[in-house]
Design a protein around this ligand. Structure first.
Ligand code: ZN
Length: 214
């Protein structure tokens, strides 16, 4: 239901590309394990069938391959990282600053600043969710308590779709890299992905405009 807007073609392509790549690697991984078992059988043709990779042995071998790959290529995110809409219950920020780990010698090139963000949300279906991510240039008011956000599949930064702090309305969050951009920008000034039109998306959701997603 909470698909990326069809206007954000590049974001849709990016997420699809990432998913297909992972799925492709997963299938390749399983094919390699299967190939390994077949090569073993081929190289040991003099063995009796019970010593070859056949039947149950082959089944468990492939089961091990599927299970390991499931975690290695994070296939579980196809089930866990589903898009949803939620309201922020608590929004925690912990600041960190490195400055090349030498605060006495602040050089602009070494300047390093991160905001670790932890959100607790309640989805519109009443489920509790937690989100952890790192904002590059943290902006507290964007993920203010009470803000409605949509978390899209495959993109780390949720996007606000209503009840924001008034100070946040003049900004747009890049769903891909977490850069805060001006409300008039259509592309992220850091990673150049298109920005999701938060107002328009909120309107789509509210009025359930058919065809908002392809
Ligand atoms: Zn960006």
């Amino acid at each position: 239901m909470y698909d990326l807007p069809k206007e954000n073609k590049d974001l849709r392509r990016y997420v699809l590309g990432k998913d297909l790549r992972r799925l492709g690697l997963y299938l390749l991984w399983m094919a390699l394990w299967y190939g390994g078992a077949m090569a073993y059988n081929h190289n040991h043709q003099t063995y009796t069938p019970d010593r070859l990779m056949l039947g149950w042995k082959l089944f468990f071998w492939m089961l091990a391959s599927a299970t390991l790959g499931f975690f290695l290529f994070r296939i579980y995110t196809f089930f866990t990282d589903r898009a949803y809409q939620g309201t922020i219950l608590t929004s925690g920020l912990s600041q960190s600053y490195e400055g090349s780990k030498d605060p006495g010698l602040l050089k602009s090139a070494d300047y390093d600043f991160r905001l670790n963000t932890a959100l607790k949300l309640e989805t519109d279906r009443g489920k509790r969710k937690r989100l952890h991510f790192e904002q590059k240039n943290g902006f507290y008011f964007y993920y203010y308590e009470g803000t409605k956000v949509v978390k899209f599949h495959g993109l780390p930064y949720p996007v606000a779709v209503g009840h924001q702090h008034p100070n946040a309305r003049q900004y747009r969050m890049c769903a891909a890299c977490g850069q805060v951009n001006g409300a008039k920008e259509t592309r992220c000034q850091t990673c150049f992905f298109t920005l999701i039109d938060e107002g328009e998306y909120a309107y789509y959701l509210l009025h359930d405009v058919p065809g908002k997603c392809l």
